[in-house]
Each structure stands twice: as C-alpha cells, then as structure tokens.
Design a protein around this ligand. Structure first.
Ligand code: SF4
Length: 327
C-alpha cells in the first residue's frame, strides 16, 4: 500500500504491485532528483574509494539508469564520462544540505527562517566543492532568483513536516550490503532515518522535484525498497515506513514494506545485475530511446542519434562490473 499525502489535506491511497516491471516510470519532474541522485552517487563512489569494495557496486540510481537505457548506463558507469552541472540538480543538492544541517540546531530553533539562514553557508560549501556550478550564474540576478527558488522548496518542506518534533537517528547515512552467492555490493546514501520510541524505523528521502503521477510511483519506490532491503540485511530490522517527501509539489508518498517484498527486491536486483553482466560480456549496450533522451548529457555521442561512443578504456568493464568481456 502506498499512501499519498498532499499538504495540507490528505489525498488518496493507491496500491503498487508492479515491482518487477522492466520499464522505469517516466518521471513527471524527477530529472532534477535524478541529477541529485547522481551527485549522491559521486559521494558513494568517493566513499567506496576510501574503503575499496570487495565487489562491484550497484545503487538504485545506477540500476534505474540501466533499466532506462543500457547505453546511458555504459556512459556513466563504464566510460565515466563527465556531465555538465545543472541549476536544478545544484538546487537539489543545496536544499538537501540545508535540510541535513537544520537538524544540527536545537529542536526549538529549527524554523523556516533558520533554514533560510543556512542557505548562504551551504551555497558557499557547494561552490567550493563544485566550482563549475558557479558558472551557471554569471548574472547575479540569476543567482538571486535561483536562491529564492531554493527558499521556496524549503518553505514547502515546512508544510510537510515539523522538524522541531523530529530527532533523526541518522542523516546522509551511507549503507551497503553484499548479496549472497555473488552479485554486486548494494550501496546508497539515505537522507534520513528516524527511529520511534517503540523501535519502528522510518526511512525518509527528500525530492526537490514533483511527485510522480498516481500509478507511476514504482520507480521512486524501487529506490526506497532497495534501501529497506539493505537496512534489513545489515541491521536485521525491516523499516516500518518508507517516506518520500516531494518538495516540488508538497506531496508525501509512504509505503510500508513487508518481508515478502524484500525477497522480490532481491530477485529484482539480481535480474537487473544479470542484464548488466550480459551487456558487459557481449558489449551490447543497446540505446533505449525515450522522452528522457532530450535531457541526456550524452545525446551527441549516442548511436541512436547518429553519434559515435568513444572506445571503452582498457580494463574499464572489468574494473566497473567485474566482468571480462568476450574476446
Ligand atoms: S540519448 Fe537516449 S538512447 Fe542515447 S544514451 Fe541517452 S538516454 Fe540512452
């Protein structure tokens, strides 16, 4: 059961059953969130290089990349081609940083004004880490407008939750686990984990885009189920609630996972990984066109649009996937 809460009134509930469908949902406005996941992915990879994984890794965003388009997966994971920054993704990263640090404050001080006051410092930190983002705002008026839009997203957050009443157990939690009998190391970063006095665990993810249309939530829920699975495997506790908070339109999606569902998640991940290994062995990173191609950073290199992908660097497939391609 998926619950959907639109601020301020309760909306409807729908049931999502197609966990094993092959086609990811076309997001209504999740491209910015995809880009934020991309930034998270970079952080995950950075953490992984500090402590080298024993196996190749797979995150929900990379799994979704493969389902969306194997060629896109290749460009990102095997070729590791850089992608230009976008203002929407940068805003998502900034808002996530503010929401993370908001909970550093004493509970009573977690006001909207305090969240707005965190923006300049977090913007400076982001700029220091990714100077290329600054080039998006050559005109100071553009920067001011962009920061105002970040303030608006924070304002929406406060219509969804009262942070003075929440004491997160974890923020920006790096999680990973390894599947039995081979397969990738599953990795991700969870925005927030709350634990109720009775021990119930709630996994929370912020999205700065708009919520998916009713009936099209499964792609977003795959990410949350993936996190639930990793927590269940590593901590022996199945989260009671998975909660997606969409600041773009003020909607909360919730889902209560079951142990039976965790077996489906595992089967789903194995199936996706099997597809990735097959593509790596055969070299068939087939482009799969969709309306998302219009936002793809690699369109000029994509064979579906007349482009020529670069040669895959020597050993890159084995390093990334752990598979030696067929000669
Ligand atoms: S342009 Fe479309 S088909 Fe080509 S790599 Fe990007 S997403 Fe895939």
């Amino acid at each position: 059961m998926v619950g959907r809460v639109g601020a301020p009134a309760y909306a409807r509930h729908v049931t999502v059953q197609h966990l094993d469908q092959d086609t990811p949902d076309l997001p209504s406005a999740t491209l910015a969130d995809d880009a934020v996941e991309e930034a998270v992915e970079v952080a995950v990879e950075a953490a992984a290089t500090e402590r080298p994984p024993s196996r190749p890794g797979l995150s929900p965003s990379r799994a979704n990349d493969f389902l969306q388009c194997p060629q896109l997966f290749r460009f990102r994971v095997i070729d590791r081609l850089p992608e230009p920054p976008s203002s929407a993704a940068a805003r998502g990263t900034l808002v996530h940083a503010v929401l993370e640090h908001l909970f550093d404050l004493p509970a009573a001080e977690r006001t909207l004004a305090a969240a707005h006051a965190l923006l300049p410092d977090q913007w400076a930190t982001l700029l220091e880490r990714s100077p290329a983002i600054g080039e998006l705002f050559a005109d100071p008026a553009d920067l001011a407008e962009w920061l105002t839009s970040a303030e608006a997203l924070l304002g929406t957050y406060f219509t969804l939750e009262d942070p003075t009443r929440i004491e997160p157990r974890e923020r920006e939690l790096l999680v990973s686990t390894e599947l039995d009998e081979g397969g990738p190391q599953l990795r991700g970063i969870i925005d927030r984990v709350d634990v109720a006095p009775n021990g119930w665990v709630r996994v929370v993810d912020y999205k700065t885009g708009r919520s998916p249309r009713a009936g099209y939530e499964s792609s977003a829920l795959f990410q949350m189920r993936f996190y639930a699975y990793v927590i269940w495997r590593t901590r022996g506790v199945l989260p009671k609630r998975l909660q997606l908070e969409y600041l773009g339109d003020g909607v909360i999606l919730t889902h209560e996972p079951t142990e039976a569902e965790m077996a489906t998640v595992e089967a789903r991940v194995r199936s996706i990984w099997g597809g990735i290994e097959d593509a790596a062995r055969s070299g068939d990173w087939r482009p799969r066109t969709s309306k998302l191609c219009d936002w793809c950073s690699f369109k000029a290199l994509c064979p579906a649009f007349g482009g020529t992908p670069p040669e895959i660097p020597e050993g890159a497939i084995e390093r990334s996937i752990g598979v030696v391609p067929a000669a």
